[in-house]
Structures are given as C-alpha cells and as structure tokens.
Design a protein around this ligand. Structure first.
Ligand SMILES: Cc1ncc(COP(=O)(O)O)c(C=O)c1O
Length: 307
C-alpha cells in the first residue's frame, strides 16, 4: 500500500465487537454482537474506509490527483471521500443530485470546507452518471479540462476494489459466528462480506431502499466479476425500507432511541436503524435457529443524522 495511505491508516482505531444482551435474545437463544466499524474513525467511519482504502491506493498509485464522485446532499460516501482527499492531498469533486440549496446541509458544508468542489446536477444527469462504472470511463465533459490524472468513483464507491477492504472487516471478527448482517445501498459492502465469510456462514442484507429486488442481480454480478463467485449463502431482506430511502416513521425512531438507551450503541435511520429493526423483527419471528451466533456490522453513517 502507498505510504500516504499507511500514514492515514495509523489514525484508525481497532473495530471491536460489542455484545448485545436482551430478554428477546435470551428467550430465542440467539447471540448477537455488533461489529463497531462506526468507531474506527471520527469521520471516515463504518464501511466508508473499508470501501475507499484500496480505491484511494489505486488512484494514488496510478498518479491521479483528482477524484470525482457522486451522491446526495447527505451522502456519507462524499463526506468520507472529501475528508480522505484533504488528508491525502488529493483534489475532490462531488456531483450532487438536485439544485444547490439556499442553505447547504451539514454534510455539504463539511465537504465544501474540506475542499471538495460541489457540482449540482439535475436528476437526469445524475441517472446518466450511474452508467459509468470504471475509473477511466467518465465522458470528457464531466472532467476538468486537462483530463489526465482524474479518477471517477461511481456512486457509493461501488467498485471491485471496495470488496477487498470490506473483506478485511470480516477477517477481524475474532469469534465463531454463523450469520453476518449488514445494511445494503448499492450492495457492495454486502458483496464484500459474502466473498469473505467462511463457507458455513450466511449473510443477511437489509435494503435501505424500497423496491430493491434488483439488488439480487446486482450482487450476483458484483460477486461474479470480483471472483467468479457463485456463493448462494446470502439473502436480502427487502421489506424493512420504511417507505423508501431515508424515509422513516415513529416506530423506527423509537426503536433507535431505545437501542441507544438499552445498549449504548447509536444508530441512524437511513441504514443501521433499519437493519437492526429488521434483525430484531426476524429474531422475534424465529427466522434464526436457537443457538445461532450473529454479527451485525455497524456501517457508521451517523454524520447523516445532523439537521
Ligand atoms: C452508513 C451506511 N451503511 C450502509 C451503506 C450501504 O453500503 P453499500 O452501498 O455498499 O451497500 C451505506 C452507503 O454507502 C452507508 O452510508
């Protein structure tokens, strides 16, 4: 790995496991731990560092000086990228969905302060950008005039290199376990976990988006491209979206509040809150067998909670 990245990595904390105890878990004889990736870094937390690490290494190694990517006004991905870019001396450009708001969200304020250039684009342009998946595939009119040294990173950092970093998360789990749970946006983190867990384990994804049946095909494709992997030890829960991406209701918000009080673990309503809500619901419904040991990955994202 490039020395600049090794230097940055030194600033990270180890990701520990927090044991969760509750009458429901006891009654159903389920063991549950949270993999605390939310605590690995004050800014580049959760799956963000896992996904970005080898991508940034690649960009630096091939002498790129600018990273361009895309996201919404509360994007955890752009937030982490802008911060990492500043630390590593890379220029960053973020294509943001929608018009420039009068008041920038706290996420956008941060990323602008860290030097990311914000380019607001229409929903149609945003959809178009989703077609470009490779680092050197972005059409010239989206790049800076001189086209050398520019690196395109698709939405959510969804590239094969992201899977390598996610695999490291799995190798750190120093307990025997049967199931790993993780929230899904693009499904990249989920795919990285599938490709790295031991044979006997299953991986349970929880979609943050409504109508996300397409994720099954997407994940198959990512796994196939990454390693010709035909694993079938995974399923995605599609019904814990609470009305759609970033939608929420009182039941979810109360669950999150209660979870923080009972277990001292803060969740947010876009990804991790929905996953834990779904996980407890599945446990209640006897979806898991007594004696099963579950590790749920806290993918961070708490910055997005700010108003
Ligand atoms: C906090 C958090 N959890 C989970 C995810 C989903 O990750 P992926 O797009 O790899 O499925 C995201 C989005 O990147 C996220 O910000």
């Amino acid at each position: 790995m490039h020395p600049q990245l090794l230097e940055l990595e030194k600033k990270f904390n180890p990701s520990l496991l927090t044991a969760i105890h509750s009458p429901l878990l006891e009654q159903k004889q389920i063991e549950l731990w949270v993999k605390r990736d939310d605590l690995i870094h004050p800014v580049i937390s959760g799956n963000k560092w896992r996904k970005l690490k080898y991508i940034l290494d690649h960009a630096i190694t091939i002498n790129c000086h600018t990273i361009l990517s895309m996201g919404g006004a509360y994007s955890n991905h752009l937030h982490a990228l802008a911060f990492a870019g500043k630390q590593l001396g890379l220029k960053t450009i973020g294509y943001i969905r929608g018009e420039r708001p009068e008041n920038l969200s706290p996420t956008l304020q941060d990323i602008q302060n860290w030097g990311m250039e914000l380019r607001f684009i229409s929903r149609a342009e945003y959809r178009e950008l989703r077609n470009y998946k490779k680092y050197n595939e972005l059409p010239a009119h989206y790049l800076k005039k001189s086209q050398d040294g520019q690196y395109w990173l698709p939405e959510g950092g969804a590239t094969e290199l992201a899977l390598l970093g996610v695999g490291e998360l799995v190798s750190e789990i120093d307990r025997v376990y049967d199931v790993v749970c993780v929230p899904c946006g693009t499904g990249t983190t989920f795919a990285g976990i599938i490709s790295s867990v031991p044979e006997h384990c299953t991986v349970q994804g929880f979609s943050a988006l409504k109508g996300a049946g397409f994720l099954n095909k997407d994940v198959e494709k990512i796994l196939n491209e990454f390693s010709g992997n035909k694993k079938t030890n995974w399923t995605i829960q599609l019904d814990y979206h609470f009305g759609g991406f970033a939608k929420r209701n009182n039941a979810l918000l109360l669950f999150i509040e209660d979870f923080a009080q009972q277990h001292g673990v803060e969740l947010e309503p876009v990804y991790t809150g929905k996953m834990f809500y779904g996980l407890f619901d599945l446990i209640q419904q006897d979806f898991f067998k007594p004696g099963q040991r579950i590790v749920a990955v806290h993918t961070g994202g708490l910055q997005g909670k700010r108003k």
